[in-house]
Design a protein around this ligand. Structure first.
Ligand code: DAH
Length: 339
């Protein structure tokens, strides 16, 4: 029996192979579960006691020889293979990396942030689930104020004090409560209104609120700032401030940009007038300043609010606001090149 094992040892030592398959077959033949080595181990109990030691040692020799053979053959094979055999063709094109694209709302929001940061405005944010104080009362819209009806509000049913903010003006209040003048901040964010959904309006959309509070801020500063904004964003510097009413500003105005009437699209966009409304603005009402802990005798300021969705639709020729929230990749992919 021992001679048989020794025979196997010489066979193992003499073995050569030039492929991984052949080495694997060899490994299984000797070291596998049903391999030669285990067959010999199974014989162990039948070997007379005085031979057991030598038998055991010889089997171990066989095992070591086989293991070493597998290892060395593999190593030799690996060293002899070219990088191409080991790694494949390194010049072949890689798997394409699919890059996402920014949402048009984000693109326009970032443009607006960029424009205002150049004149010293920072960015502030507030919660979308708001309380009555920040969305209405502090903004000079006390309970039962008729102007509350202008904004169809989603209330949280269990608590009439909690609602989905109807405008980003709520962030004005929060910012003034927590910061001292001079204040120069813009607050982009999503707002909600209980409105019928159509191609032109949705029950949620996006606004940017602007707020500037300091000593001696005037209406002229407001107009200059808005003019700078429209020039930077649209390349259009002619604006018009139409008297209007908002409870939180006095005086208040609607902001129109002169879009022109050069193309048929201009006629459509401006309803034949050449003018396009982009938002509201005004001088912050002294009551609002007081509500937020700022002395209206010392400070004054202006505020404005513009809709991001409308602007994004305008700049990117999007004809239906619902596309903004449908997550259709065929729509989203069209904004690949924009930042
Ligand atoms: N909050 C107003 C709205 O959603 C927009 C607005 C108008 C904001 C005038 C202002 C402002 O800050 O001064 O309709």
């Amino acid at each position: 029996m021992i001679d048989k094992i020794k025979e196997q040892i010489s066979e193992v030592n003499a073995f050569t192979a030039d492929s991984l398959d052949a080495i694997e077959t060899f490994r299984i033949k000797y070291l596998g579960k049903k391999g030669i080595l285990n067959d010999f181990f199974a014989e162990f109990k039948n070997v007379p006691n005085e031979q057991k030691k030598e038998f055991g040692q010889t089997i171990n020799e066989l095992k070591q020889a086989a293991t070493l053979k597998v290892e060395t053959l593999k190593e030799v094979l690996e060293n002899s293979q070219s990088t191409e055999q080991v790694y494949g063709d390194l010049t072949r094109p890689g798997n394409p990396i699919v890059l996402g694209s920014r949402h048009p709302i984000s693109i326009v929001k970032n443009q607006i942030i960029d424009i205002f940061s150049r004149i010293g405005f920072n960015v502030s944010e507030g919660p979308e689930i708001e309380d009555d104080w920040h969305n209405f009362t502090a903004l000079n819209l006390p309970e039962y104020h008729p102007a509350r009806d202008m904004q169809d509000t989603f209330f949280v049913q269990t608590n009439p004090d909690i609602l989905l903010r109807t405008h980003t003006s709520s962030v004005q209040v929060r910012y003034m409560e927590n910061n001292k003048p001079p204040i120069r901040t813009i607050s982009p964010g999503r707002v909600y209104r209980n409105e019928a959904i159509s191609a032109r309006s949705h029950c949620f959309f996006h606004q940017v609120e602007g707020l500037y509070i300091d000593k001696d801020v005037s209406f002229a500063d407001l107009k200059q700032t808005l003019q700078y904004f429209t020039t930077e964003l649209f390349g259009k510097s002619k604006i018009r401030l139409r008297p209007s009413y908002f409870p939180f500003t006095e005086p208040s105005a609607e902001v129109d940009v002169y879009w022109g009437l050069e193309t048929e699209a201009d006629y459509r966009i401006t309803k034949g007038t050449g003018w396009l409304e982009i938002g509201g603005c005004g001088m912050v009402d002294p009551n609002v300043l007081t509500n937020c802990g700022i002395d209206p005798n010392k400070y004054s300021g202006f505020a404005f609010g513009v809709g991001i969705d409308r602007i994004a639709m305008l700049l990117h020729q999007i004809t239906d606001i619902r596309l903004m929230s449908e997550n259709d990749v065929r729509f989203l992919e069209q904004f690949k090149s924009a930042l």
